[in-house]
Design a protein. Structure first.
Length: 112
């Protein structure tokens, strides 16, 4: 193999390794206190297999367990009743917020 081919292969491998590490970089999560406050003042609707829901969950790290969540895959009737058309959807103070929300936005909406 030519020297240029080896350099190209090495460059591609380095890029793949860097992208892999960036995608799988552990996130620090949200503090327990903030997660409890947001959980106390909101309801989050998710669905198993929802990529956007996974992103939202990762934002909370291990403290995700303090959120009030409903999985629409298993609670279809409840989600229909609440007119949940996309996941994740947050209900805060009677208002719906579709899609991934930042922790700062959730803190603002819940008064945390």
């Amino acid at each position: 193999m030519k020297k240029g081919s080896w350099i190209t292969i090495a460059t591609i491998l380095i890029v793949i390794i860097l992208v892999y590490h960036l995608i799988n970089k552990p996130t620090p999560g949200t503090s327990e206190e903030i997660a409890k406050c947001i959980g106390k003042n909101s309801q989050m609707y998710v669905q198993l297999g929802c990529h956007a829901c996974e992103i939202q969950v990762k934002m909370f790290g291990d403290n995700y367990k303090y959120l009030n969540t409903t999985d629409c895959l298993f609670e279809r009737e409840l989600c229909k009743e609440k007119q949940i058309e996309a996941t994740p959807t947050w209900i805060i103070n009677g208002e719906k917020y579709r899609g991934v929300q930042t922790i700062e936005k959730l803190k603002e909406l819940t008064g945390c």
